[in-house]
Design a binder for this molecule. Structure first.
Ligand SMILES: [Ca+2]
Ligand SMILES: [Ca+2]
Length: 215
């Protein structure tokens, strides 16, 4: 019996520790396309034993990225935009107290973006200190990989594997009765370069091989 009381007491302490603090956690997709859009989720944890009436979320996006205005869900009670830092300020309010909630929004990615981009954000509830958003803070560009259909017959099969293998070692290839030698043109390199890095090499051959057998 005593043991049970200790266990319950422990669980109560644990749950208090888990839920008594507010937190803000961002979830970003694996990568972005430029131009394109990304869908972002922000989990707001509020103190369920002492629920706040208001929460202010500040979300700073990479320069030039814009929140698609109507996409913020749930809609904030009030909002403000600071163009100099590309920061959005969203105020949420509930007279009966804010339960933990999730904000989702879409952001537009301008054309010409490359490399890793960074997000930052904060949460402030009632009289607590402002806290930094955790979770995902950066997002990389999606690799623009080739289709692997080097000869353009709509199938990615063993003939493309062989073409890619020859390209990876700089041998002449014959595509639809036209010979091409190294350095190959951008179209051929683009089709063969499955992983979107700088080279057509053995890793692209393996990727085409895998694709050709449906792996
Ligand atoms: Ca093909
Ligand atoms: Ca490659």
């Amino acid at each position: 019996m005593k043991r049970l009381i200790y266990s319950v007491a422990f669980l109560v302490c644990l749950s208090t520790a888990l839920f008594s603090q507010s937190s803000i956690t961002r979830d970003l997709p694996e990568s972005y396309n430029s131009p394109g859009t990304v869908d972002v989720e922000i989990d707001i944890m509020t103190d369920m034993f002492n629920m706040p009436n208001g929460a202010v979320i500040m979300e700073t996006l990479p320069a030039g990225w814009q929140v698609i205005d109507t996409s913020v869900s749930p809609a904030p009670f009030s909002k403000k935009y600071y163009p100099e830092t590309n920061t959005y300020k969203w105020l949420y309010f509930s007279a009966s107290g804010l339960w933990p909630f999730t904000i989702s929004y879409s952001a537009s990615v301008p054309a010409g973006e490359t490399g890793t981009k960074y997000f930052s954000g904060t949460l402030k509830v009632s009289d607590e200190e402002e806290i930094q958003a955790v979770g995902d803070t950066s997002i990389g560009q999606a690799q623009a990989g080739g289709s692997g259909d080097i000869n353009g017959d709509t199938f990615t099969d063993i003939s493309d594997v062989i073409l890619c293998l020859r390209m990876s070692v700089g041998l002449e290839i014959n595509v639809n009765e036209t010979p091409y030698s190294s350095p190959y043109n951008d179209t051929l390199n683009g089709l063969a370069n499955m992983n979107g890095d700088e080279y057509v090499d053995i890793s692209d051959v393996i990727l085409i091989l895998r694709k050709s057998v449906g792996l």
